[in-house]
Structure formats: C-alpha cells, structure tokens
Design a binder for this molecule. Structure first.
Ligand code: SAM
Length: 208
C-alpha cells in the first residue's frame, strides 16, 4: 500500500524537479543509442519519451508507483511511441529471460529498495546481445561529500520516496553486468550531494 505523499504529491514534485536542464541533456545522450525491443525501469512521469531515437516505435515500461503512471499519461498521449505501461516492482519482472535488446534506467537505481535484485532481473530479461543503458546519481568521488551523502541518506529516503544519495552505481552495475563503460560527471547546477552522475552502458553477463 503506497502512502498518500508517495502516491499523490511526490510524483508532481519529481516531475517538476526533473523536467528540463540539466537532466534533458543527459537523457538525450544516454538514450541516443537505444534500439530494438526496449524495457524502461522506473518510467516515472515519462520524461524520457521525447529523447528516444525515432527508430524506437514501442517500449515496455515498469514503475512501482501508480501515481507516476497517472502523470505519465499526457506524455504518452503526446508521443508517437507506443507505451506498454506496467505498474509493478522492478525487483520481480514477469517477462521471460532474454526478452529485450535494450534495458534503460535513468535516476532509478537510487530508489529501488532491493537494487541488487532489480539489477539481476534487468540482466535476466536482457538478450545476450543486448545493452543496459543508464544515467544515475550516486556516491561522489570526493570523500568530504561522501560523508554528507551517508549522513543525509536517511533524511533523503524519507523526503524523496526511498532515494539513496550514497549508492556506488559503478560497483552495482559491474556486479550484475559485463563490459561496463561508465563516465562519472558532476552535473552543473545541482547540489553536490545529488549531482554526481554515473552515465554509461553495459552488456549482459553471460554465465556458462
Ligand atoms: C527519481 S524517479 C526517476 C523517474 C524517471 N526514470 C526519470 O528519469 O524521470 C525514480 C522512479 O523509480 C521508481 N521506482 C522506485 N522503486 C521502484 C521499483 N522497485 N520498481 C519500479 N520502479 C521503481 C519510482 O516510482 C520513480 O518513478
């Protein structure tokens, strides 16, 4: 059962906060190479839709919060992409193994409670030839900022619906995927505790 703050107010706040710069520039960069059958985890209010390449005609999306999905409707209506929208937890996906050419996550790994389980699921549904595309905020490279990220994460989790400031995204991605190429960047105009971004792509870890 989702509490009223998460269901009604938080989706509106996140929609406002994450529209426009500096996020749009990164959305465009990360989504430019997405192709084929696409799964987006943590679809939120649909802010990525305008940034998918024209060749992407349909995507499947997952988000645990029905309040996000409601707000996403107007962007889905305005988009030429067909969206198969599913309200469910990314920690347990109903799709078969090896279903998607591209799996996308933008600023979502911070918020998933059992992020290892969700990454394992994303890897499972990715085709062996597929690619995981991501842009996330996480643990800074600056130890002084890391200290504040650790201190403030309990508060951030309360006000931002489970969001952790201090996850080492590179380590998480490398634990579950192969051939990760990750760029770490400071985002302009964001507070240092939330503005350290991990942007990149990785391949399915094939186990024999
Ligand atoms: C900060 S928002 C980012 C939304 C969107 N990806 C974007 O770039 O604008 C994080 C999103 O992850 C979703 N989320 C959190 N935990 C989830 C889970 N376990 N499964 C699926 N979605 C989840 C939230 O509901 C929220 O929509």
């Amino acid at each position: 059962m989702i509490n009223p703050y998460s269901r009604w107010l938080f989706p509106r706040l996140i929609d406002l906060a994450m529209s426009g710069d500096p996020f749009s520039q990164y959305r465009r960069e990360v989504l430019a190479s997405v192709s084929g059958d696409v799964l987006e985890i943590g679809f939120g209010t649909g802010l990525n839709l305008p940034y998918y390449p024209e060749s992407v005609r349909a995507i499947t999306t997952v988000d645990v919060n029905p309040g996000m999905s409601t707000i996403a409707q107007r962007r889905i209506q305005a988009s030429s992409i067909t969206v198969h929208q599913k309200v469910l937890n990314g920690e347990s996906l109903p799709m078969p193994d090896d279903s998607f050419d591209s799996v996308v996550s933008t600023w979502t790994l911070c918020s998933i409670a059992n992020v290892d389980q969700a990454l394992q699921e994303m890897g499972r549904v990715l085709k062996p030839s597929g690619t995981f595309f991501f842009i996330e905020h996480g643990l800074s490279s600056d130890p002084a900022i890391q200290t504040w990220q650790h201190r403030l994460t309990p508060v951030q989790k309360l006000i931002a619906d489970g969001c952790h400031l201090d996850r080492d995204i590179q380590q998480l991605v490398e634990r579950h995927f192969a051939e990760a190429t990750v760029t770490q960047v400071w985002a302009k105009d964001l507070p240092a505790i939330a503005g350290y971004f991990y942007k990149g792509a990785a391949r399915k870890k094939v186990t024999h």
